[in-house]
Ligand binder design. Sequence first.
Ligand code: 0O2
Ligand code: 0O2
Length: 263
Amino acid sequence: MIKWTKILLPYEQAVEELKIKFKSIRKEYRKIDEYSPIEFVTGRVKKISSIINKAAKRNISLENVEEEIEDIAGIRIMCQFTEDIYKVIELIRSRNNKDLHIVEERNYLDAIKESGYRSYHIIIKYPLHTVFGEKVVLAEIQIRTLAMNFWATIEHSLNYKFESQIPQDVKDRLKNAAEAAYKLDMEMSQIRDEVVDAQELFQAKSNVVEKIVKNIQKLKKLGYSDAEKLQKEFLYLKKEGVFKELISFNNKLEALLETMCKF
Ligand code: 0O2
Ligand code: 0O2
């Protein structure tokens, strides 16, 4: 009897850890007001039924699924632009032989699959510390744009509906749709610089607003008599002011805090 729950436990741990690691890269970029090449991250452990189906299709004995099926643990990293995919690949490569080990890279961006599927896959070995000791598991990281993800999600659900026997006319339409998604990515890349600038400015503005709110709160707590006046000034600047004015307002608050803390 195969004890699936025990087998899958380390894969669940790997997915959770990897999701946290990639999400924290996004957070780091946002904290320093920089554009993040990672838009969002998802992860899943393959369903037992899918593992059994894949093993049967590939003639893999169920005892060997851990060594032979590479995507029991799967992480998906979505990017806004195709260029970001290469940045993420570099981020992962820079961690090779540190917290993960790259086993193989599959470039379905250049070698598009027959279905029209495009993505970049990196198979890794990921070391874990479990209550039973150390264990290394295989995991697959898929990196793709939002457009590639939109296409793949829909195509995947059709594969389920038609049990991998998608009718030819639907297949043709899906290929056209994959081409349209590719063109969309190309088109969006043309305005990438403008989008990145706008998103960085938006992020920087929300970071400084957060700092101002916290600083006014601190001043109130310290008993600063004109805190209400500052609050009003802030609300006005937030509505009418430009980014530079918010920055200098925050500098004023920090200077005030410094003086108040001295006493
Ligand atoms: P955020 O950034 O605050 O939304 P969890 O374990 O709960 O952290 P899990 O189980 O992976 O995350 O959730 P799920 O449903 O698989 O979705 C993963 C993350 O992807 C979630 O963010 C979703 O909001 C986000 N997501 C899904 N689809 C899209 C999309 O089309 N665009 C964007 N931008 N995000 C999407 P989090 O983790 O809740 O954090
Ligand atoms: P899930 O959990 O349902 O996503 P194979 O499965 O034999 O074609 P192989 O050699 O195991 O491929 O590895 P590959 O192609 O690097 O990665 C397989 C995974 O990539 C698939 O997982 C899909 O998630 C994704 N994928 C590959 N080709 C396609 C495609 O044509 N359409 C879509 N939508 N996704 C694809 P699974 O096995 O489907 O598992």
